[in-house]
Design a protein around this ligand. Sequence first.
Ligand SMILES: C[S@@+](CC[C@H](N)C(=O)[O-])C[C@H]1O[C@@H](n2cnc3c(N)ncnc32)[C@H](O)[C@@H]1O
Ligand SMILES: [Zn+2]
Length: 272
Amino acid sequence: MIALHQILQCPLCKIDINKNLECSKCGEKYVLMNDVYVLLNQKLSDKEWKWNQSLFSNDKMEKMVKEYRSYFNDETKTAQEIWWSEMNKYINNFQGIVGDIATGLGSMFEKLLKTETDFFPIATDVDPNVLGWTSKQMKEKYKKEFISVATDTKHFAFKDNTFDYLTSLAGLNNIPNIMAVLAELYRVLKYGGELVVMHSFVEEKSNSYKMAKEYNVERALVREFLISDLSQVGFKRVKANIISSAIWAENPMDGLPIAGDLQYFAIIEAEK
Ligand SMILES: C[S@@+](CC[C@H](N)C(=O)[O-])C[C@H]1O[C@@H](n2cnc3c(N)ncnc32)[C@H](O)[C@@H]1O
Ligand SMILES: [Zn+2]
């Protein structure tokens, strides 16, 4: 088991916290709540995404996930299967400390726990409640040891050079101000460590791109822009391999992409 105070830091002061999760500079006391280390600072992350807590029951969650997937057309289902089988090859080669960005309901995190490869997974999300829910489900199903840290990716509560790998499913697709996110991911990776994320793109000349611009999340949606932004924060050997693609069908439970737009399913690889 990892000594937590050795990898965590105060997101505000960006300095060490002690064994009691207290920052020696600002005096903030971070807490362990429902098995989740909550390293959020209200001054920084008060306006971030929060899940509707009424969803956190087995019946409601199952119904919601089922309904969401019911809108997928066959070509999207097939494209995503191909995407996952490619990603599994990477997961089977992960080692050391592996951070999952924006864990949410844990589709990616579950794959990390399923593999027999020996590495230490850390779930992260800005919403401590979704992380508490997902951690509980995962602890019931899998033996692999892990920890969960509620933290804002823009103010990541990890020390420099902590992770061997950082991964995510669609974690870079929804967070505004992508440059701040990428700079933090670069900072917390070890030298030689890798970012390997499942990510989807649309065309710059698409309705989805236009809509994304309104929410300030458009940079990450276009392959060339994301490659350029990753290189700009310092990443080397940046690749964004398109694995499969499909036309997105109308999904009233999701704002993006827009129905009718071609969505590309990619795996991003970048090294520090
Ligand atoms: C839909 S999930 C992505 C899917 C998820 N990775 C999976 O494997 O199932 C998006 C997540 O991003 C989280 N999120 C949004 N803004 C964030 C931020 N600034 N820092 C960290 N997580 C954030 C949300 O709370 C949500 O759980
Ligand atoms: Zn502090």
